[in-house]
Design a protein. Sequence first.
Length: 188
Amino acid sequence: MKPVLGILCLLFIYVLAPCQSAKDIRKNKIKSVTVWQSAKDGDPNTQVKESYEVFDKNGNTTLRIEYKPDGSVDKKETARYDKNQNKVEEFEYEGDNQVRSHKIYLYDRFRNKSEEQEFSPTGELIKKTNYIFNAAGDKLTETVTDPRGGVLKKVEYKYNARTLKVQKITTNKAKQLESVRKWGYEYY
């Protein structure tokens, strides 16, 4: 009976853990969450670690590790935050130590993400994304460029009088239309 109860508790934690907000993590002073999964052979006493996540005192995820069924590290992510709780740096690893990507985030004086830089495992700039916002804080454009500044993709957003997003237009480096997404609203 105890193993079944233990599995039910772990399942409950597994279902709720990803749903916890930074506010809940901060409020409950959660330092880390480990998720365990019962083995596929059906033995409830055999469990493997599925993931491990570490939080700072503000509820931000600073480390996330996902494991393979054999217990080895599948994917690892680390992040660093500034005093305003903005993510300023992120590393993604293949396995435990091999860097897959490195990203740096910059913010404007209104705490909007203004730039994202993505680097290769060797540290070379792969692409840069610049964001422009209006006075209300609505994102107007995203422009993705290569290391030399050539435009790879541009995304434009349009809003209605109630500042609700109504259109997203994506064009490629040849300025050809890739997609248009529209939102329609009904009001009471």
